[in-house]
Design a protein around this ligand. Sequence first.
Ligand SMILES: *Cc1c(COP(=O)(O)O)cnc(C)c1O
Length: 385
Amino acid sequence: MKNEKYRLGTRAIHAGQEPEKITGSVMVPVFQTSTYAQKSPGEHSGYEYARTHNPTREALEACVASLEGAAQGIAFASGLATTNTILQTFQAGDHVVCSDDVYGGTFRLFDKVLRRFGMEFTFVDLTNLEAAEKAFQPNTRLVWIETPTNPMLKILDIERLSALAHKHGAKAVVDNTFMSPAFQNPLALGADIVMHSSTKYINGHSDVVGGIALTSDAKIAQDLRFLQNASGAVPGPWDCFLILRGLKTLHVRMDAHQRNAMTIAEHLSAHKKVEHVIYPGLKSHPEHELAKRQMKGFGGMMSVRVRGGSKEANLFLSRLKLFTLAESLGGVESLIEIPSIMTHASVPPGTREKLGITDNLIRFSVGIEDCADLIEDIENGLAAI
Ligand SMILES: *Cc1c(COP(=O)(O)O)cnc(C)c1O
């Protein structure tokens, strides 16, 4: 299917997914095999070994590439395997500028693993373009942009940060997990690579761990394709099938996530038990104008500071019935967590305080249940405070 001709919702359902050649199977089959028969030594149909090629994985790669407007997609076993492989296209001595409020696992990979291999990292508040520019060094090769950030939901300017990276001869990567290709297309704003934890909105049903990188730069695509095979962090065909199935409703889910999140954000903004609501769709958000410009929607993630401290936050959570207390995000079901104790516990207390990750800050992944039920659940929880 030619990508450009159709709109996103159509591409989510059809891109990369022609009916199968032998039977006409409308759904892409799960090619659950590790190897492929050859006619004579070296004579094959392009498929030799399943780490290198798998048709189910190829369909997934083509579909997400189409959604991001990318020439190529390269799928991996997890979001972090994707990040790790992207970093493997660089080498010892290279320097990376990274946003300070980055996914905890990304920070851990950079700080605890890749530093040991001689890579250098500077973590800086990328909402501040002056501070961002100061962080550059002669050996800076990459700017790692995650926007909106987690859990503070700061919005980073993809277009200006990509231009800054290019001015210094570096590449720009955007972790687009929170917005999904339905709401944000970083390649169109100048980024060189976009990556997703497909564990989240791309799959959307909290039943697979996966990741994918997308690019239109032929050299980067070639490097990533080489490393996909050479370092081997590939996803299994069954997981690719499930993610393809999840993707078919991406646009419908994202609209529903954002409708519910907006309603809840507005409701809580006016609530006397709530100190502060951080949601990019609210006019009170410091980067609301940038969010409107850069994103096609505001997503389903929000962070809320309840009045009081950790005791009040825990009281609130203990009463909830619909919001499940869990890490992760982006599934159809609503999840809730306290970053300071859960997802961001590994961030040093001083850094947490500087970033604003206080004990009364609660992160919501708003699902697509009936919104009135979600609000009743929240009201019930807040009554405990
Ligand atoms: C979850 C997540 C990751 C890591 O992905 P995994 O699939 O868990 O390895 C990276 N970035 C963001 C923003 C995430 O939410």
